[in-house]
Design a protein around this ligand. Structure first.
Ligand SMILES: [Fe+2]
Ligand SMILES: [Fe+2]
Length: 310
């Protein structure tokens, strides 16, 4: 007779499966619901777009900035979820045999990230249909995923945890009372957030499981990999801030040049760094989880790297 093997974290994986089933949603019937976007509403809340700091712009221009940033939000998530899905499928191999709750939880997680990619492609297409031509997002998700996956698994899992935690921050920003925010975009934040809550638990389980197998020297190199990934993310944000500021100048209906144009690009970059780097890096749960894995010196190395991105 075979004894049933007891796996230490199996209840936690089972909890994630239960949560995944409870919140299961559909792109068309739960999120889009036959609606479309219109250009009279903001797409990102002020707490994310930082539009109040775009001091030279009128209210209508600030709304346009939030719409461009909303479109970029959809594209950036379509990008990061490509490598997250690939990494989950890769580490899911560790659970082929053994704890089947862990395997199911990771399969569901991968499936949900595929759905998120589809959601954000849908959002990009809907926004593209109503915004003037000229928007550019020239970053290839597959090329980014290949580059990210060339780094250590520890670093990719830390980056993933960071992303899933900032999605939670973004949802909190989006539920601020804001009569001008698109109801459809608000629902995109809401439904994405529902999945990310259980994903964060899985990120932490997988990160701790993987971390336990590393030597001190391997972990130290992985910290460098994580810093390199954050710097690479910043490179993408710099490129997109330039593209989005140029798009704004082309479609805003007046001449924007010189110091105003330079200032706009800086503001776009500041907003993107807040959305995709600092709203995660400053998240208390991220700091606590990461701090529990690395030394004070390694933590300071990461903080020093982040400090250069301002
Ligand atoms: Fe996601
Ligand atoms: Fe996720």
């Amino acid at each position: 007779m075979h004894a049933l093997v007891k796996y230490p974290d199996t209840e936690r994986y089972a909890h994630c499966i239960k949560a995944s089933k409870a919140v299961r949603w559909d792109i068309e019937t739960d999120v889009v619901k036959g609606r479309s976007f219109d250009l009279s509403r903001k797409y990102l809340p002020d707490g994310l777009s930082l539009v109040q700091e775009f001091a030279s712009l009128s209210d209508a221009e600030k709304r346009l900035v939030s719409q461009i940033q909303g479109r970029t939000y959809a594209n950036i998530f379509g990008l990061v979820e490509r490598f997250i899905t690939a990494k989950l499928l890769e580490i899911g191999r560790d659970h082929w045999f053994g704890d089947q709750n862990a395997l199911e939880a990771l399969v569901r997680f991968s499936d949900e990230e595929l759905k998120h990619q589809a959601l954000f492609r849908r959002i990009e297409a809907m926004v593209a249909a109503i915004m003037p031509p000229g928007y550019r997002f020239d970053i290839d998700p597959d090329a980014v995923a290949r580059a990210v996956l060339s780094k250590s698994t520890w670093a990719v899992l830390v980056l993933t945890l960071h992303i899933e935690l900032f999605v939670q921050n973004h949802y909190r920003q989006s539920i601020e009372p804001d009569g001008e925010l698109s109801a459809l975009f608000k629902d995109v934040f809401l439904f994405h957030w529902k999945d990310e809550c259980q994903h964060v638990m899985l990120d932490e389980l997988e990160l701790k499981r993987h971390d336990a197998a590393l030597s001190s020297a391997e972990r130290d190199r992985a910290v460098d990999d994580f810093i390199a990934l954050v710097v690479a993310v910043d490179g993408i944000l710099q490129m997109q801030a330039g593209a989005d500021a140029a798009y704004f100048c082309t479609i805003c209906g007046r001449t924007v040049a010189g110091t105003e144009a330079d200032g706009l690009e800086k503001q776009f970059l500041k907003a993107y760094r807040w959305q995709y780097i600092f709203s995660g890096a400053t998240h208390p749960r991220f700091q606590k989880t990461l701090g529990g894995l690395i030394t004070e010196g390694q933590f300071q190395r990461i903080e020093a790297a982040l400090a250069t991105l301002t």
